[in-house]
Design a protein around this ligand. Sequence first.
Ligand code: RM4
Ligand code: MN
Ligand code: MN
Length: 396
Amino acid sequence: MNNKPEALIYRALDTFSIELPSWGFANTGTRFGKFIQVAAAITVEDKFSDAGQVHALTGTCPTVALHSLWDFPNGLEDVAHVQRWAEKYGVRPGSINPNVFQDQEYKYGSLGNPDAATRKRALDHILECVAVADSLNCRDISLWFADGSNYPGTQSIRNRIEWFEEALRKVHASLNPKQRLLIEYKPFEPAFYHTDIADWGMALLLARNSGPRAYVLVDTGHHYQAQNIEQIVAWLLYHQAIGGFHFNDRRYADDDLTVGSIDPYQIFRIFHEIHSYAWETGGSPDVAYMVDQSHNLKGKMEAMIQTVCTAQELYAKAAIVDHAHLASLQRTCSLVEAEECLRYAFWYDVRPALREWRRSRGLPEEPIQAFRESGYLERITAERRDRNASVVTTYA
Ligand code: RM4
Ligand code: MN
Ligand code: MN
């Protein structure tokens, strides 16, 4: 066992940050409808304000992921507003997420659409997002595609691969030297027969084909039941191909539930792969940790603070694994001892050390409680109630 877990925990917390999704503060729903929260963010300014508040209470979320259509619908023209809100609320724009799945034109796909004009439109949109990222000084352009088909025989899977390869090479060529392209995969939904980028292998091949600064993005909710996600992470680490995570939890499909709410051991095992890689190679992998959740029933601000605290706890737990000891147990195939070595860290209560870390950095020891006492929720509820009342909630 490690003798000084506290020192390891502090070091881990000092280097850990996690990006908040702007869309996690806005009203979202299921395909059956939306239940409006009166305190939810409506404008981009609201989202920055909420993200800034979560960062102020946790000290761990300096950046906000932005979604093109929802946060800068006018492309480059909106950059100045985004910059203003970022400065005002003390959080920086983070990954830039193009949106090529919402417009009517994308009914049959974006970069994989059989229609060349639609493919071009999607490519142009992504290129504009790269330019937006450049002017906001954002490093990561994070791509997720809804492309796919619903019925066998209705699309040429191979043609679509070629179209994706072609376009992604152009996107990569437009990056500035500091930027990276993150390619996200998802097995199904909204496409229910084939999805063009359905798993990490497809994402990896497309990344490799695009260029040296294209990486795979692992969204923890985008796997089949029982899939071993930490093994995927280990493979991507081994091949230096992992660029980031979208964290969330799930019970069935892409449920976007609070991190660690269903299976905290899963997230711990992922973090363990990362810490173990860092221990072995002597350097932390350059991986962006991001939240991708949408809370429909929980209060959005509280759920986001809960998420950040849980991610910190699990990251800190994984940081106290005794890697040298574990490696020697693995070599001798001391199975129970090796497993117990991992479990010791998982069950270790890091919360007292976390409280101490927060205190020493001038942060509230209990961020959720501090949020409840801050009056912020009451203020935004009063400010946004009327504006939210006019939001259309019907699905059909
Ligand atoms: C997708 C995927 C993307 C996210 C969209 C809104 O399922 O997780 O990352 O941007 O949802
Ligand atoms: Mn995602
Ligand atoms: Mn998702």
